[in-house]
Design a protein around this ligand. Structure first.
Ligand code: MF3
Ligand code: CO
Length: 284
């Protein structure tokens, strides 16, 4: 373990001495800094980018084909077919025992809904489609909301505000800021609109594995948490509830996360690369 520490400081070509010096300055101020191994090399960034391109094309494909009356099982088949046709693997399939290729989360399902042939999309439903792709060993991850038929103004507003939360979080993800700045900005926007932020699930590092450090909370305080440094790749994927933030996991399947109060929840997810000057959304 950690052989790279032998014989001195680990300085891969992925980031400059200048970046390392800047990191050290923050570290000396007592700020938590990212382990250098999560700062991607140019080669890794290229691989992750390619994976993300397929993942985005997949979400576009779902967007074109999703319709009222179809089952979530049909969405799962679509995702599996498209992904494998592109020489890639759906990351959820068999991930820690997860049985399908995609998560399909309707209305009061917060996330990790499992596709099922008996579950039909009805007019008025809001659904999150969360897809993740492995291509040449590199991981990507993103999700979008879809509104089926006639959706109530209340639920439309939830979907729209949640999208704004994701965008506001991304805007905060700037080099040399802190992860807490992202969470704080998202929480402020959600709560200002009368909603709550799910606490029990978070964004995450992604690229070399499906879920890596750091955890990216969608709530919190400014000027807290890990330093944001160029070369990091992570998701921002706020889950916003119309009612209270409390959630539970369905005991029957061990995956499906639902709101305690039965009110709807929405989620949008993108994956970003922190650059020297800002960030790049890899899943657009
Ligand atoms: N795609 C989810 C995320 O955004 C993770 C799903 S894990 C699975 O992190 F096993 F349910 F697919
Ligand atoms: Co994710």
């Amino acid at each position: 373990m950690k052989n790279f520490m032998k014989g001195g400081r680990f300085t891969p070509s992925s980031y400059s001495n200048e970046t390392e010096e800047k990191i050290q300055l923050y570290r000396k101020m007592g700020i938590k800094t990212p382990p250098r191994k999560i700062l991607r090399t140019p080669e890794q960034i290229e691989g992750i980018r390619e994976s993300a391109k397929i993942n985005t094309a997949l979400l576009d494909y779902v967007a074109t084909n999703i319709h009222e009356g179809m089952s979530t099982e049909e969405i799962d088949r679509m995702v599996y077919q498209f992904t494998t046709d592109h020489g890639a693997i759906p990351a959820p399939l068999n991930y820690e025992g997860y049985p399908k290729s995609v998560c399909t989360s309707i209305n009061d399902v917060v996330c990790h809904g499992i596709p099922n042939s008996k579950e039909i999309l009805h007019s008025g439903d809001i659904i999150n489609i969360d897809v993740s792709t492995i291509y040449k060993g590199y991981y990507s991850d993103a999700s979008r909301m879809f509104m089926i038929g006639d959706v109530s103004p209340e639920m439309r507003r939830l979907v729209e505000v949640t999208k704004e939360c994701m965008e506001i979080g991304i805007a905060e993800a700037q080099p040399w800021k802190r992860l807490g700045d992202i969470g704080a900005a998202i929480q402020e926007h959600a709560e200002k609109n009368g909603y709550s932020v799910v606490r029990d699930l978070c964004g995450h590092g992604v690229g070399i594995k499906f879920h890596e450090i750091p955890d990216v909370n969608h709530f919190g305080r400014r000027n807290t948490g890990m330093l944001i440094v160029p070369g990091m790749t992570f998701t921002i994927e706020p889950m916003i509830n119309m009612g209270k933030f409390h959630v539970y996991v369905d005991e029957a399947d061990g995956w499906t996360v639902l709101t305690d109060d039965g009110l709807p929840s929405a989620q949008w997810e993108n994956m970003i690369l922190i650059t020297e000057t800002g960030n790049e959304i890899l899943t657009y």
